[in-house]
Every structure is written in C-alpha cells, then in structure tokens.
Design a protein around this ligand. Structure first.
Ligand code: PHE
Length: 345
C-alpha cells in the first residue's frame, strides 16, 4: 500500500463517511433509493472522484485510488443492503399492523355483553344419557344414517312387504334398486351391525339421528334422535330388561322416579313392551319400546339363538329433552333463536 495522499483520497474518505451516514439515516425504502442514487449516480461525489482519476499524476497513486473507489462503492452497497432489509422488515410489520382486523374489539369493549354458546338441548341430553349408560357398564356404538333396507327392516324380522314396515313412515334415498336405500327410521339397525361386528357378550348403547316422513308439529319432527340399547349374553331374561330400565330411570331422572312396562308389539322383539316413566306428580311419560331380541334377529346378526339371548330397547331423546325442560313445542328446540336456547344451561 502506498501512503500517497491526494486531495481525491480525502474527498473519497469524506464521501464514503457521509454516504454511510445518509444511508443509515434513511427512514423509508423510497428515501433510501433516492439517497443511494444520489451517492452513486453519475453526478454523485464518487463519480466526480472517478472522473478526476486522470488528473492524478502518480501511476501507483492513481491505481490505488481506483481500487479505493471500488472499495467505497462496495462498502456503500453493503450498507445499503443492510439498511434496506431493516426498512423493509419495519414497513412489512407496520403494513400487517395497519391491515389487521381485530375481531375481538366489539366483544371485549365495555358495555357490550359477552355471549357464550351452549350445547344444544338434545346434545346435552345425549351426552348425559351416554354418561349414565357408561356408568351402568355399557359401551357406545354408532351406525350410518343412510341405511339399506336389509339393516333397517329385513334383518329386524321384517321381510319385504311385512305390514309392520308401515309403523315407520320411511324416507327413501334414490338408488339403483328402487327402495333398497333408506334414511334410517330408527336406531335398531345398529343392533344388527353391532352383533355382526362385536363378539358377544354385548352391552351397548347406540345414539343417533333418525328420519321419518312426518309433518312437523308440537310433538313430531321429521329428523329426531333415538338411543338404542342392546344386551346379548348367556341366559338373559325379561327380568334383566325390566331391572336395567329401572336402574336407568333412577340414574338418569333421579331416585324418586320409577318405570313400568306395558305389553306391545315390535317385529324384532318377542315379547315386546313399551316403557313409561312416572314423574314426581304421578303422571306418566311414554318413553320408548323394548323387548327380548327375536331369534330371527339374533340369526341375522350372526348369533346362535340356542347359545345367546338378549334384550333391546330404544327411545326418543328429543322427547326426553322436551319433557325435562318443560318445553311445549318441540319445534322451538330447532328454531335457532338464541332467546330460546340461552334459557337452558
Ligand atoms: N325401534 C323402535 C322404534 O323406533 C323402538 C324399539 C327398539 C323397540 C328396540 C324395541 C326394541 O319405535
């Protein structure tokens, strides 16, 4: 390195120092671009030093100065890149901040009542039912809402054109074979699926949505919910059925409630019964159907009726939620009106 010091050396050192300060002080990307093009452009301080290189007489000093000009440009470039990154990062975060939509503002602001959602009444009832049955030693199972004729009717001891099929106003799904696919009219088809899938003994409850061709009124909806129960074991008797219904009644409604069975008819149970629950005021609520699983149904589920026996029951959940909360019109539960739903917790 020569120690030659021309006036140009001094100017270059000054231009570099000034340039670095200006770059550091730029507060926006636009300003930085302007500063940099003024510094390094054709009319800038570095360019004017470059053009005066010819006047430096000493060849070594001229060479050295040329190298220093290049170094100065490189140093300005490094400083520019660094500052540019900083500015862009800051600009990006302020853009994000300014475009942010604060969804919490309204709910959190003073004087605005905060509203929390609640589970639907039917969901609440369903979860409590599941808890009670799990407490009694049952497992939970589920089946499809779109069913075949086989599971919804035939396997349940209702061959085609069996008159009992008209007990359920069936909604059919379009399919290749007319009438072979239905929206399940009850949760009983899940009995068959569980018998086919699970090795006995079976203690299962099967909640779910069911569908019937009904005009909505105060006590009916075309879509509603049932819970099915199925017990399969050796030596199960009607007394086990009655005892289970009674234990369930006390566990779910409270110790002051009792149940009763009335003879009835279902194709898939024999004998069959309907069961009612007695309220505190002595009046009875009809809850659902039950009975001993018919041998044809055990066979359709792949079980030998000489070895296994069992009982089944099924009842409506919406009806229960309606009774429990003293709701007059079942349609209110599906009105999606918060003024109605927020009354129940
Ligand atoms: N599936 C019957 C109904 O929907 C109820 C039931 C279930 C009856 C199980 C007996 C046994 O009406």
């Amino acid at each position: 390195m020569t120690s030659a010091s021309t006036p140009e050396h001094g100017q270059l050192a000054q231009a570099l120092a000034d340039g670095i300060v200006q770059i550091r002080e730029a507060t926006t990307s636009d300003q930085l671009r302007t500063v940099v093009s003024a510094l390094t452009g054709k009319k800038g301080p570095i360019a004017s030093i470059k053009s005066s290189l010819g006047k430096v007489a000493d060849i070594e000093a001229r060479k050295e100065l040329g190298q220093l000009v290049n170094d100065a440009l490189a140093a300005l470039g490094v400083a520019t890149d660094g500052r540019s990154r900083e500015l862009r990062a800051a600009e990006f975060s302020s853009q994000i901040e300014s475009e942010r939509v604060d969804m919490t503002e309204v709910a959190m602001s003073a004087n605005v009542e905060r509203r929390l959602g609640r589970m639907h009444l039917v969901t609440q009832a369903m979860e409590r039912l599941e808890d009670v049955f799990i407490g009694l030693g049952f497992q939970i199972a589920e089946g499809p809402e779109v069913e075949t004729d086989f599971y919804n009717f035939e396997a349940l001891n209702m061959p085609p054109s069996h008159p009992a099929r008209s007990m359920w106003d069936t909604l059919f799904v379009e399919s290749d074979v007319d009438g072979s696919v239905v929206l399940r009219t009850h949760t009983s088809p899940v009995q068959i699926r569980v018998m086919q899938d699970w090795p006995p003994p079976i203690y299962a409850v099967m909640p779910g949505r069911v569908f019937r061709k009904e005009t909505p009124d105060a006590t009916h909806m075309p879509v509603f919910h049932q819970i099915e129960g199925l017990v399969i074991d050796r030596g199960i008797t009607f007394a086990d059925l009655a005892g289970t219904i009674e234990s369930f009644t006390k566990a779910f409604f409270g110790p002051g409630f009792t149940s009763r069975l009335r003879p009835s008819y279902f194709p898939f149970t024999e004998p069959s019964a309907e069961f009612d629950i007695r309220r505190h005021d002595g009046t009875w609520i009809e809850l659902g159907g039950c009975g001993m699983v018919h041998p044809h149904v055990l066979r359709a589920g792949g079980l030998d009726p000489d070895e296994w026996s069992g009982f089944a029951f099924g009842f409506g959940i919406d009806r229960m939620a309606k009774e429990r909360h003293g709701i007059n019109d079942i349609r209110d539960m599906y009105s999606d009106d918060v003024r109605f739903t927020e009354q129940f917790s």
